[in-house]
Structure formats: C-alpha cells, structure tokens
Write a new protein. Structure first.
Lengths: 160, 763, 301
C-alpha cells in the first residue's frame, strides 16, 4: 500500500506517495526525474547511485523510498549553486576526471561527503572515501587528482 | 618561433564534461516518453535445449501486460556484426544455446509487471547435451551447437609468409609454449539499454540505444525487422562505457523496436547488471601455442601460432577478432617468417565479442611472456631483446604493413628508464620485481572493411560552428577530439564548436567506435570538411589581405598572412565580409574519408596494409608479491606511448590510466567463472574489477611522432595500451619470485601453489 | 535463472519508533512473515535477488532512536547500540582505543556508502560466515543483549551463530545492543581480512586475535575466524595450545597450524578450502604477532 512521505530533495520540499518496495533510487529517477543519479547494479556494489542522505553518502539503491521520510537528500543536480559548478565538479572537468561520466555523479558526491567532514584529506583518505565507487574508464588517477585540487580550492576560498 | 597549434595538443576538458558533472547528461535509461512501456526478457535456464512449446497465456492475462513475443513470431532473419558470420536471432527459434539465451519478451505498463509476466511464461524444453570447452567441442560426435557447422568450428584462418621450417632450423633456440587467457567481462558502468518509438505516419522507428555503432545497428535492425534502413533511425545518447561490449545488436534493441511498432507506444528495455555479465559479450577465452625461433642474439627468426578461441554460443565478431589476433601477434616486432592457424569454436557458454584490444590481449600475453622466457633461456636482457626486434618506420614489412612512424624502440628505452630497469631487474629482494610488455595497435582498419566516415561542418552567421559526425562517443572523448580538430583548422576556440553526433537520421555515415579508428577516420573527415570551409573563407578575404589564399593561416580567431601576422582579419569580420559579398550562408564543408586501400585483397592470403597507421607502446610494471598469501600488489606502472601527435594529451593519459586498471584486472583479478555454462560471479561484487585502492602509481610518457596519415599527426590511443599491462605484470611476477605463469589470471592461489612446487623441486 | 530482477518484490513496511511498538507489530506473526532490518544493506540485495522466502512485511527498526549509541564505561565496558552504524563504530575513538579489532573490522566492511547504512548489530544478525565484525567480537568476548515482549536475555556471541545466516534469536526477539567487556589487556586485539580487493569484497578469510601476555607468557588468548566454516568461529584448540604457554615463534606457529586444522572451510568461487586453510595459518600467526607488537594499526577515528 502506498504511503505519502515528505522529504527534502536538493533543498526543496517534496511530498509524494510511494509503494513500500520502491527504492530511493527509483523515487529520484522515476518519480522526480532526477536522472543524474545512476543505476549501475542495484545491489550496492558500484556506488553509481550514491547520494548524500542527511550528510552521509549512501547507495540510493539500498535505501527504501519510505526510509527517506523527513530526511534531506542531496543529489548531483543539487550541487551547483546559481548555475556555478561546485569546486569538486569544476575540478573533475578541468582535471579530465571524467570519461563516460556514468560513475561521475556518485563519485562527486562521495568526494563531497568526504570534504564536508575532512577538508584536508590525504591521498589514502581520498581513495578510501571513493573506494565504493567503481569506475571502468579512468583508472581513478585523475579522479583522485581532481578531489585533491577541489580540496585546495575549497580551502583557499574559505581562507580568503 | 611561430606556435604550431592552438587547440590541438592541448589538455582541454571534454566538451560534454559539464553535463556529466551536473547530472544533465542523458544516457539511454534516463530517457522517458509519455505512455512509455517497459520490456523484459525471458532467458533460457539451460545451456543447450530444444524449445518444444511456449505458453504465454498466463503472462498475457496479467493486467498491465501489453504484449508478449516469442522467437516463433519474429522474421526468420539472423543478424550479426560481420555479414558472413550472422548466426543470431533476437529471440531463440526452436533452440537455446547458452544459459541466458533469449526465449521471449514481454512488454507492460511498468517494470514490475513486466518482470512478473516473464515469470508466468511456461516453456517446455528438451534438454540437449552441451559442451563447455573447446577441447570437447571440436571432438567428433560432439553436440552440434549450430546446424551445419562441422566440429563446432565456425571460423578458421591460416596466414603464412616466409619459410617457418627453414628459419626454425637456423635458430639458436626454438621454444614452444602454451598459454591461456581467461574470459573477461567489459563491465561498463552503464547497463545496456534501448528505447524505441514508432511514427506510424512515416512508418519510421526511432531507437535510442547504448550502442557503439549506430549505423551498423541500423543495418541489423533493418534486416531483422524487414523494413528499409531509411525507416530506421538510431540515436546514440551518452553511453556509459562500452569497451567493445556495445558493438553488437542485442535482443533489447530488436524487442524495443518490435513492440514499439506493434503497439504504437514507446518501449524501454534495460538490462540488469547480472544480464550485462551473462548475456552480452566477453573477451574470448583463448588457448594459444606459440613456437618461436630465435637467433643467439635474441632476434626473432620465425613464429608459429596455433590458437583456439572459445566463442561461446554465437559468432559476434569472430572473423574480425581472429584476424586481429593474428595480425597483431607479429607487431611491434619484426617477424620475418610466420605461420598462424586460428580457430573460433562454439561452446554452450556466454558469447565472446570485441573487447578493448579485440583478440590481441590474449595473443600479446602469449608473445610477451614467451619473449621473456626465451630471453631468460638465452641469458639476454628482455628489454634489449624487445629493442632489437622492434620494427622500424619505413622498413619493408613481411606482412605488407606500411609503418609510417614507429616509436617502439624508444618506448622500450623510456619505459625501462622510468621503472628503473637496470637497477631493479633481477636485483630486487625476493618478492619484488619488474617486468615489461610491448604492443602495437591499428588506428582502424584499411583493407577488407569497406568503412569510411563522413562529416559536415557548418559555420553560421554568428560564427558558431556546428559539426555533424556519425562518430560514436562512448566516453573516450571522440566528440571533443573532433571538435578540437575542427577548431584548429578554422582557427576558432573549442567553445565555438558544437558537435552533433551519432544519429543516423541527421549525421553522416560512420562505422562507429571499434578498432580504435575514430580519431584517424572520423577525425580526418572532420578535418577535410573544416578545411573546405576554411578555403571558402580564405578565398573570400584573400583580396582584402592582398595575399594568395594558400598563404593564409587561421588561428586564435584571426586569419592572417603566413609570416606577417600583422596583416590579418578577425574571424567574425571575415564572416561578415563573406556575407557582404552575397555569398550564401551557412558556410558548409563536407567530406568523407577512408584509408587508402589496395583492395581487392584478403590479407589472409596476400600481404597488405592493415591500418592507416599504428600506435606503439611499452608498459613496465613493478610488483610486490606477498609470498605467504600470494597476493600481488602492483606498485607502479609506466606507459611509454607513441600515438603520433596526441590531439588531447589529457584524454590520451586518461585512456592509458584506464588501460592500466583494465590490464591489472586481466592479469590478477578478473575471470568470468562458469560451471556447466552457468556464470557463477555475475556481479560487481563477485567479479571484482580493481577499485581505486588497487591501482598503482601511474606514469605516462609521450613519444610524439608526427604521422603523415592521421589528422594533425595523430594515431590511435587507448585500445593498444590495454595489450601490454597484463604481460608486464606477469613478467614482473616472474622477476619477483622466479615463477612462470602462462595462464591468466594469476590469482594468489596459483602463486602459492607455484611457490610450493618450486620449493618441492628445490629450485 | 530465468528472470533477471531489477525490482524489489512486493512487501509491506512498518517503521516502529519504540521497541514495544516493534513487538506489538510482531505479535501473532511468525518469523517467516516479517523481517526485522536496520541498515538494509544485506536484506535489500537478498530481496532483490529473491534469495530465500520473501517476507510479508519489513520491520524497519532504524526509527528506534534510543538504540543508536556507542558508550564506554570503565566497569561495564563497551556498549554498541543496535543502530550504531558500521561507519560510526569504525570511526569511534572509544572503540579504536579499547578494542582496535572491532574498529578495524568495521572499517573493512564493504565501502563507506554501505558502512553509513549498515549496523554492527545487523552484521552480526545477518550471520554470514564472512561477517567481518564477527571474528573481532568473538575474540573480544562480546555478548548480544536481546529483548522481546517476554523480557531480555544475553547470549554470548560464541553461542549466537547457529548456522549459515542463522542465529539463536527467537521469534519476536530484537537485538538491543552488543556488549564488549572491559579488558585488562588494553588494546591488544586486531583483525586481518584477506580479500582480492582492499574494499567492497567479502572476506576470503578473516582472522581476529586477542591476547594478554606477561613476561613472555600468554595469560589469555582468543582467536576468531571468518569465512572458514558454517558460522564465524572461535579457534578453541588453537587458543589452548598457547594458553599459559611461553610465546615463541614455535608456539605461535603451532597455534596458527592448529587453527588451520580446526576450521571447516569449503571450496567456493572466492577460494578453495585448501587455500583458505593455509591462509588461516598465515593470518593467525600474523594477528598474534600484531597483538604482541603493541604497535597500533592505523585507526580511522
């Protein structure tokens, strides 16, 4: 039986009726049209569907939509502000951290969750933070470099 | 000195990078249409069985189901990427040949109902005896997988030049070794998807598909649906990686189009991850025996190969794969005498297809491994042996290849230096070692392919440039490279160029993304189209600049006279001038390009050039082996790489780095494990390709050669680099622990077993 | 395999806010009718793959906020509430300081996204032989406190696992917390995980050790093993070879060898029984030496 839930997605309040067996991933992609969050495996093995739920990175395919009741969800669509790319997004573009782009949204949100709590991560901390995000194109090298650069940019803008 | 280029050779972000970081880039599964239905396929639970009866009545009665189709209802038209090797139906007709073979398709108002309906279809099978390996499959009396294919051998090739026997007799050392490469899944992050829509007025079906080859897909759809190509439009949205796996047409493409035509509503099919692992394609498992004769100084005098590829249930790209495997066994080395025999054999297992390197990674593993073995037997340095045997640009090639540029010998030296070869090889403590592997790859195919690319370049009144190309960007950056080429030719910035690509309804013909031919083939078409636009503009402004059009240069938004940059006109002013002369807008340039051929030739029996040009590379690895657990850590991987002049070095590096992860997977981690035809590890979790925690430090060294055929001197990048990481790693393992591995992947268990053996033998 | 499911099966969902509310919901039903879950990182993939019986109703206890805690008391020891996430435990300084094996094991589960959703109690209740926190909690002598309408009881973890994916929990029982007693030995425990990749994978072999030694003599030792039997195991025989013995290369090796002999690995795609057995030997020796070295392994806190 459907129940009506309220949640906040990318800062906007949403009210919607969902079946119990609907995942947060389906809610985002199919009900809200936020297709930036990707379905890579549906089993929590790849991180393509990573979103930030109340500050924590989670696999949206393993969260039931009803479990998001009353919570804050940040998806890739909510990261840019006033049309300006977030420094992590910008660094991914500039550093060539993107190839096919399918892992990119999840990768960026894992990086965001890291930098929000650990603004000066070591390379190992960066790799650990994105260790649940598979990428078959890049070999991860440029992704790690992009997160390093983003951390520096965020630091320097906060200082100045 | 005047700078040579402004856009080409620059580390520029991909033109669609912003869309990919903000979530707006649309992949096939991101598309929805009003009234869209959802499809699902019923697949065979048996590796080999006759279909006696299919009862779809229960499925049809399920509320929400809009249609069911079985193999009996679809046209009797087989498809396949290679015309002479067509052997597949979108839905099985009478017989299934592997676990996962498509039996029926359902279409419903939502995906849940489609899944439920598939579960309600009842199929009576008569289970047939099945074969699961090449050895059993080629035996007399083995179950026949495809009627009329003797010994289940669907394709055989033999290539010979020189006198192998004579050369062996003259060799100081002749070694014969056997190798095996495992099945590897491409595992692109985006699962395969298709959405179809039908226009009953025009009688046209439009298919959005996660494909690498829109135009071939159009041809296959047209043939199997029995409607003209002009009534099929294939559009490639963003594709989330392909690596060869999205070259073939799949049941989802056919069935989406079929239902859309029958029901008049849009229909979507998306494969789940386990389907990607089981029912798409994989790199062919291959058994190879290599016999090589060497002179005392390490020169290769002759090579003889016998290879058996396990093709699984269908052909897919079999003939092409075998040909590539054969032709790129012999480069980057000078092999004066060669005999190659290769067989493609059916089994009741998942289907082999093109995968990054396409038949060559298996072959290169064998050759590069044996080269180290033989260097050891002759007490020579493997790096020296590689340099010594390197083919050279301009040198006559016994197979008829035309090598314009070749940085291979240099790549061996540079890779060796960067990894510390002299200090480390044979000198590191037990458990640590270095190794290398070399390779060469074609930039697309010249002969036997009949493929060419077209391009249209339009410049509008505001100076905006629109490029139409059929090239299929699957994440490698084809659209960016093409945009860079056009921007460079016209002297405009990358921002001024828009690319419209890979839509058979609007863009010119292009064979698609395979064989690493896109940059050279589609890039050259775009270059020539842009040059023809530029020529019109130069002719228009030549008078004003009091110069010969041939002496003009376009760069950084300005057209100027060579050697006198102060005599110039800006690009917008030139365009204005063009319009004021009442010349028609938009400015349009058109071109198509294909590599020079010397057809008719079949390269199997005659010498001939394979590709417009060839990339070369050496990869060197340093590894550390935990001799108690058998785990291997790759510490560093160097790639020294000749891809001509890289159009975008940042994208080239990305290709190299990605290949390292892929090569590591092939060497150490990945294997599609089957038991009686059933894939046992069809998930990212169980298949386990490398994460960011496994990849090593990476160093890329660019060896720039200016190729005369490639656009701005470019050659392929990215597919060739997938060939040598695995042998480099396995050769490094040999250096680390003194054990030879001729089978992939080299798992911790195999390492421990080998170390124990070694201990027993007291070596 | 004929259907490759992309969607979850149908089920009902309830989300009690208190334990008593949860018990009320479970009243009059049988265990097969409902499935209690917290993080969902084991339950949802299983449902998606249609593994086992599909429950009629999922009872999501993540809303019972009173169960979300990590507490340390100098006398009672460490208490991990049923809803404490794997990530919180892995990154807790309290846990790292007192029981490094547990922090380390939690940090080796899957990847951050899973760790944020999953709970340590859930890792234990799922009762997979490969559960990473199980060997660690076994060597830390943990107890599972569970409660039902009829009252509370404590089950020593060594008696908790009754078979693959089976526990000693009865119908209607919910785990409230996991208790790890205070230890006089200080932080001398560790967990080693062997898996092809350093992240995401299930353990091919997991080994935890705890040791208290004095003047080169072993006063107390526990060894926990994962992925080498029907359940996570204690290597009792191995422990007894070292108990009260002098610690030498030889005695460590004997314990390691004994542990390898007493476990029950099986062949699977992740590794052969023989390999797993051999790795138990290697990792047990390494784990004991690590504990004795007194050198801390890196912590995440």
């Amino acid at each position: 039986m459907k129940s009506i839930i309220q949640l906040v997605v990318n800062g906007e309040s949403v009210e919607i009726a969902v079946e119990p067996n609907r995942t947060l991933l389906q809610l985002l992609r199919e009900d809200l049209g936020l297709t930036g969050t990707k379905h890579g495996c549906g089993l929590g093995d790849c991180g393509a569907c990573t979103v930030i739920l109340d500050g924590s990175p989670v696999n949206a395919c393993l969260v039931l939509a009803v479990q998001a009741r009353g919570r804050q969800v940040l998806t890739i669509e909510g990261l840019a502000e006033n049309g300006n790319l977030h420094p992590i997004q910008k660094a991914f573009v500039d550093k060539g951290a993107i190839q096919c782009g399918f892992c990119t949204p999840g990768m960026i949100l894992s990086a965001k969750a890291l930098l929000d709590t650990n603004p000066k991560p070591s390379e190992t901390e960066i790799r650990t933070a994105i260790s649940g995000n598979l990428c078959r194109c890049t070999g991860y090298q440029k992704i790690v470099e992009a997160v390093q650069e983003a951390a520096e940019v965020i630091q320097s803008t906060e200082v100045s | 000195m005047e700078k040579q280029f402004s856009v080409v050779g620059k580390r520029l972000p991909m033109v669609d990078a912003a869309a990919k970081v903000n979530g707006s880039a649309q992949f096939t599964d991101d598309l929805t249409f009003p009234g869209m239905l959802h499809g699902k396929l019923l697949r065979s639970p048996h590796p080999h069985a006759k279909i006696l009866n299919i009862d779809v009545s229960k499925a049809l009665r399920l509320p929400g189901v809009k249609g069911v189709v079985t193999g009996a209802e679809i046209p009797d038209r087989q498809y396949g990427i290679v015309p002479k090797a067509r052997d597949e139906y979108a839905l099985a007709k009478g017989k299934v040949r592997y676990i996962g073979d498509e039996v029926a398709a359902v279409c419903a108002i939502d995906p849940e109902i489609a899944e439920e309906a598939v579960d309600l279809i009842e199929v009576d099978y008569e289970v047939l005896p099945a074969v699961f390996n090449v050895q059993d499959s080629i035996k007399e009396g083995a179950p026949v997988i495809h009627e009329g294919v003797a010994n289940n051998t669907s394709f055989a090739i033999r290539k010979e030049f020189g006198d192998v026997e004579k050369a062996f007799a003259e060799s100081a050392l002749v070694s014969e070794d056997s190798f095996y490469s495992q099945p590897v899944n491409h595992a692109p992050m985006e699962p395969h998807a298709a959405v179809a829509q039908y226009d009953p007025v025009r009688g046209q079906v439009v298919l959005w598909s996660s494909t690498q080859i829109p135009f071939f897909l159009r041809r296959n759809l047209s043939a199997t649906l029995m409607i003209p190509e002009s009534k099929v439009r294939v559009i490639k949205p963003k594709v989330g990686g392909g690596f060869g796996q999205k070259i073939d047409m799949f049941a989802k493409d056919f069935c989406a189009a079929w239902f859309a035509m029958k029901l008049g509503r849009p229909v979507k099919f998306v494969y789940e991850r386990d389907e990607v692992f089981i029912v798409t394609r994989q790199r062919h498992p291959m058994h190879l025996t290599v016999k090589t004769g060497m002179a005392k100084d390490g020169r290769i005098l002759a090579q003889q190969f016998l290879s058996y590829a396990d093709g699984g249930a269908y052909n897919s790209t079999a003939p092409t794969m075998m040909a590539l495997s054969c032709f790129f066994l012999m480069v980057p080395y000078h092999v004066p005498n060669l005999l190659y025999e290769g067989y493609h054999v059916y089994t009741n297992k998942p289907v082999g297809g093109a995968m990054r390197g396409h038949g060559i990674p298996q072959a290169r593993f064998a050759v590069e491994r044996q080269l180290d073995l033989m260097a050891d037997r002759l007490n020579l340095d493997p790096a020296d042996v590689r340099t010594k045997n390197s083919i050279k640009a301009g040198e006559p090639h016994p197979g008829g290849f035309v090598i314009n540029t070749c940085g291979f010998a240099e790549s061996v030296q540079l890779a060796a230096e960067a990894i510390g070869w002299k200090e480390k090889r044979g000198k590191l403590p037990f458990g640590r070692g270095v190794g290398m592997g070399g390779a060469s790859f074609p930039s697309g195919v010249t002969n036997m392919s009949h493929i060419s690319s077209g391009a249209v370049v339009q410049v509008g009144q505001d100076g905006g440039v629109n490029v139409l190309t059929g090239a299929a960007d699957i994440g490698q950056g084809a659209e960016t490279v093409i945009a860079q080429i056009v921007a460079e030719v016209l002297g405009v910035s990358l921002d001024d160029v828009r690319v419209t690509a890979a839509d058979t309804g609007t863009t010119p013909l292009d064979p698609g993304t395979f064989g690493s031919g896109v940059t050279v083939r589609a890039g050259n078409a775009a270059r020539i189209a842009a040059e023809s636009v530029r020529k019109k503009l130069f002719e228009c402004v030549a008078d004003e600049l009091e110069a010969n059009p041939d002496d003009l240069v376009a760069r950084d938004g300005v057209i100027f006279v060579t050697g006198s940059p102060e005599i110039n006109i800006t690009f917008p002013k030139a365009l204005k001038a063009y319009q004021y002369k009442d010349l028609p807008m938009p400015l349009v340039g058109r071109a198509s390009w294909m590599a020079d051929t010397n057809e008719p030739t079949t390269l199997f029996t005659q010498p001939g050039n394979f590709s417009p040009n060839y990339s070369f590379m050496t990869q060197a690895a340093e590894v550390e082996v935990d001799t108690q657990t058998g785990k291997v850590k790759v510490l560093k991987m160097v790639t020294a790489h000749d891809c001509g002049r890289p159009i975008n070095p940042m994208l080239v590096e990305g290709q190299l780095e990605g290949s390292i992860a892929g090569g590591m997977g092939q060497a150490l981690y990945e294997d599609v494990i089957t038991e009686k035809g059933q894939v046992m590890n069809p998930s990212f979790l169980d298949y386990g390709f490398p994460t960011t925690m496994e990849v090593p430090e990476m160093e890329s060294i660019d060896i720039e050669t200016d190729d005369p055929v490639g656009p701005f001197g470019a050659k392929e990048a990215g597919e060739g680099t997938q060939l040598s990481p695995a042998p480099a790693i396995v050769n490094a393992i040999y250096d680390a622990i003194g054990v030879n591995f001729n089978e992939l992947p080299v798992t911790p268990e195999k390492i421990l077993k080998a170390l124990e053996e070694k201990k027993k033998q007291g070596v | 395999m004929t259907v490759f499911y992309r969607r979850l099966p149908k089920f009902d969902y309830v989300s009690p806010k208190t334990l008593s509310e949860a018990w009320e919901l479970m009243q009059g039903t049988k265990g097969i009718d409902y499935q209690v879950f917290a993080g969902g990182t084991d339950v949802i993939p299983k449902l998606k793959r249609r593994q086992g019986q599909i429950p009629k109703c999922l009872i999501d206890i993540k809303g019972i906020q009173e169960l979300d805690y990590i507490r340390y008391d100098a006398n009672a020891g460490l208490a991990i509430g049923a809803l404490a996430s794997v990530y919180a435990v892995a990154h807790s300084c309290l846990v790292s300081e007192h029981h490094p094996a547990l922090a380390s094991a939690a940090g080796k589960i899957a990847a951050p996204q899973i760790q944020h959703r999953a709970t340590v109690a859930g890792n234990i209740c799922n009762a997979a032989p490969s559960a990473d926190t199980a060997p660690a909690l076994l060597v830390l002598d943990a107890t599972v406190r569970c409660a039902s309408v009829s009252g509370e009881r404590s089950i020593p973890l060594k008696d908790f696992f009754t078979g693959p994916l089976q526990t000693a929990l009865s119908d209607g029982e919910i785990v409230k917390e996991i208790l790890v007693p205070r230890s006089s030995a200080g932080p001398s425990s560790c967990y080693f995980k062997l898996s092809p990749r350093r992240t995401l994978d299930l353990a091919v072999v997991g080994v935890a050790a705890f040791i208290r030694a004095n003047n080169g003599k072993c006063d107390e030792i526990r060894i926990g093993l994962g992925s080498v039997g029907r359940t996570p195991l204690r290597a009792f025989s191995a422990e007894s070879t070292l108990q009260n013995a002098k610690i030498t290369e030889e005695s460590i090796e004997l314990a390691a060898k004994t542990a390898a002999e007493e476990c029950w690995p099986r062949d699977s795609i992740r590794g052969s029984a023989a390999y797993r057995r051999a790795m138990v030997r290697v990792l047990v020796a390494r784990a004991i030496k690590q504990c004795l070295s007194g050198k801390p392994l890196g912590t995440l806190c």
